[in-house]
Design a protein around this ligand. Sequence first.
Ligand code: NAD
Ligand code: TDX
Length: 354
Amino acid sequence: MKKYLVTGCAGFIGTNFVYYMLKKYPEILLVNLDKLTYAGNLENLKDCEDDPRHVFVQGDICDKELVTGLFEKYDFDYVINFAAESHVDRSITNPETFVETNGMGTVNLLQCAKNAWYDSETKTWAEGKKYCQVSTDEVYGSLGADGYFMETTPLCPHSPYSSSKASADMFVMAYHDTYGMPVNITRCSNNYGPYQFPEKLIPLMINNVKNHKKLPVYGDGMNVRDWLYVEDHCKAIDMVANGGRDGEVYNVGGHNERPNIFIVKTIIAQLHDRLKDDGIDEGLIQYVADRLGHDRRYGIDPTKIKEELGWYPETPFEKGIVLTIDWYLEHEEWMNNVTSGNYQKYYEEMYKNK
Ligand code: NAD
Ligand code: TDX
């Protein structure tokens, strides 16, 4: 039975990954280490709380003693590091926590994995171990109208978030190049789907549209993101962990580029029709001040993962957005719970000067 340390899996992608893996592998152990920041939500995991294949541990990836103890207890085969501060806007107002979790947290995981897996006397790594870093296309910077990010594209991050993720990627490669640690890095484009915290574009807009709140579109609304349904990302991570070549980076994306305003108008049209609500129309759109340093376009070339591992994005956007809206409509209580309390304060602070 393979044993995984999965971090940050009370958040959006990690939650989806836990369900994906439990469905796929009858025999597996997933030890889920999550600090439960504002973005982590144990309610997400309630459908597997009685499943012995999933063990939840509340804690910080920066905590050396805790992580060392987990390696001693479980003798992991894999580490898959999802844990991160993940919101670009928050990184602009508070960069330090991004350096701590995304930078120092990653280095702590790498060091604990090395201590557990590397025999310094024989200078050998234990068989069958791998460290996987869940990274982002944002480490490559911003594209103009043409071209795509390849794995060979130089790192050129702009925001404090993407800089902290790029720094983490460099440490992962440093552990590979210096100590021979078996590693992979995945760099994925924008995900959407169930359990995404409504600070990110799609769930924020769904929630605002439903409540007839203004829809804050940054700048001219023509920034382009390459949207990927979260389950397709989970599948890619599993394939890379189990079949990726040692020391390689794999880009994950789906040639599914859309300007932000297209996304917002799609959500308006969908909810207008499905809720039969005439209060929902494009008059809700409000163009607001642009995000500082706003990357113009992301576009992934996923040829490598397709050719080497046979991965492809199975969910077209037209289907994925319907599945996503369905999920949020069916999980009104989830949305109410995550948007009560601190969320209101966050929203007022983040959007007051926009
Ligand atoms: P998220 O913000 O929804 O979840 C992050 C999780 O990490 C939360 O459960 C939080 O409690 C936990 N966490 C934060 N700091 C921690 C710490 N110090 N120790 C332990 N746990 C901690 O993020 P997400 O959208 O699910 O993203 C997951 C990963 O995927 C991140 O590494 C992110 O950079 C990467 N990624 C995200 C996207 C996207 O579109 N969301 C795209 C590409 C890559
Ligand atoms: O209110 C908004 N209005 C708006 O116009 C918000 C929240 C966003 N936007 C724009 C900014 C971006 O161009 O929408 C686009 C998407 O924004 P986010 O959802 O914040 O995502 P992004 O900044 O692209 O980063 C995401 O994808 C890559 C994730 O948050 C990262 O964790 C991931 O690495």
